[in-house]
Design a protein around this ligand. Structure first.
Ligand SMILES: Nc1ncnc2c1ncn2[C@@H]1O[C@H](COP(=O)(O)OP(=O)(O)OP(=O)(O)O)[C@@H](O)[C@H]1O
Length: 301
């Protein structure tokens, strides 16, 4: 049985479709990413998984339970990142952690969690007095303090400085190593590429692609880009026949080709055959950024 199952999920707000037939499953111990442009329907989708929103149609199950009908049981197995407004401003960090731990039958020890998230020196600070990044780290701690089987993280590291972001990634990897399933909404490609086993790219309320990060990158039009300044002119005819070629660009004597590994190998053979030297040769693999822009062309254009 999948830990999370979403099938043909639809949800409208006042006649406007926010989610329009989204389906995916998340397996035990997986870090599953939901990636998409602003307004794509990501938060609506994960809020349906959390039982915070009632779908118009479709099926959602978390460990086999319906998050709306079985809300209390789902709340025992699922940890979610809070929104700013959901915590009393006067609560201290310690009180918040103790209170949230008390909601669960077998909570984690909050002290090491507070330590990992850099909150140990802030235990007596009231929520209202925390910096934006400290609030964010507290929300992550509160999502994990119940030792959930599934954790839903929406904009996990938004507002965190680079070190806190890296520490948080390591924490999430550790949490997963402990068997926890993670559903992650993110805008950060580097975060998605580093953490996620699989990613659903959501665009205009639909799943535009669902694959591993490497799989998504392979789908992007020019998965590899090679650029160089040739020591002698090269004919377009020689270049256009290269296997796997997606595009050619010439600028100021420099040639930039996008294509596949085959394209790169063939360019090198071609250069050797013509005894042409490639100055400032660069080969760059496409990133998840490129794949994302390709897959969500209409909305991000
Ligand atoms: N409570 C609401 N009432 C009306 N419309 C809403 C509501 N919540 C979301 N929407 C609309 O539904 C669409 C999807 O929103 P959602 O927040 O799910 O997208 P998202 O992918 O999470 O976006 P972002 O990346 O900007 O957070 C948007 O057009 C948004 O304006």
């Amino acid at each position: 049985m999948s830990v999370i199952e979403v099938s043909e999920l639809r949800k409208s707000y006042g006649g406007r479709r926010a989610v329009d037939g989204v389906s995916f499953t998340v397996e035990e111990g997986e870090i599953f990413g939901v990636l998409g442009p602003n307004g794509a329907g990501k938060t609506t989708t994960v809020e349906c998984v959390e039982g915070l929103r009632v779908p118009d149609s479709g099926r959602v199950r978390v460990t086999g339970l319906d998050p709306v009908a079985d809300h209390a049981r789902v709340a025992q197995v699922l940890g979610a990142q809070l929104q700013q407004t959901e915590l009393q401003p006067k609560l201290t960090v310690r009180e918040a952690l103790e209170m949230y731990a008390s909601f669960y039958p077998r909570p984690a020890d909050w002290r090491p969690l507070a330590e990992r998230l850099g909150l140990a020196a802030r235990l007596t600070t009231r929520f209202a007095r925390l910096s934006g990044g400290q609030k964010q780290r507290l929300f992550i701690a509160l999502a994990l303090v119940g030792a959930p089987r599934v954790v839903v993280l929406d904009e996990l590291t938004t507002g965190l400085d680079p070190r806190a972001r890296r520490d948080t990634w390591e924490l999430i990897e550790d949490v997963r190593a402990g068997g926890v399933t993670v559903l992650l909404v993110t805008h950060f490609m580097e975060e998605a590429q580093r953490l996620c086993d699989r990613i659903a790219v959501v665009d205009q309320g639909r799943v535009a692609a669902l694959d591993t990060p490497a799989g998504l990158i392979r789908r992007s039009a020019g998965a590899t880009v090679i650029s160089f300044t040739p020591s002698a002119p090269l004919d377009d005819d020689d270049l256009t026949g290269l296997p796997g070629l997606a595009s050619i660009e010439r600028k100021d004597g420099r040639i930039t080709l996008s294509g596949t590994d085959d394209t790169v190998n063939s360019v090198i053979t071609l250069l050797a055959r013509h005894r042409v030297t490639a100055h400032q040769l660069r080969v760059v693999d496409a990133t998840l950024d490129d794949a994302f822009l390709d897959l969500t062309k209409e909305t991000t254009a």
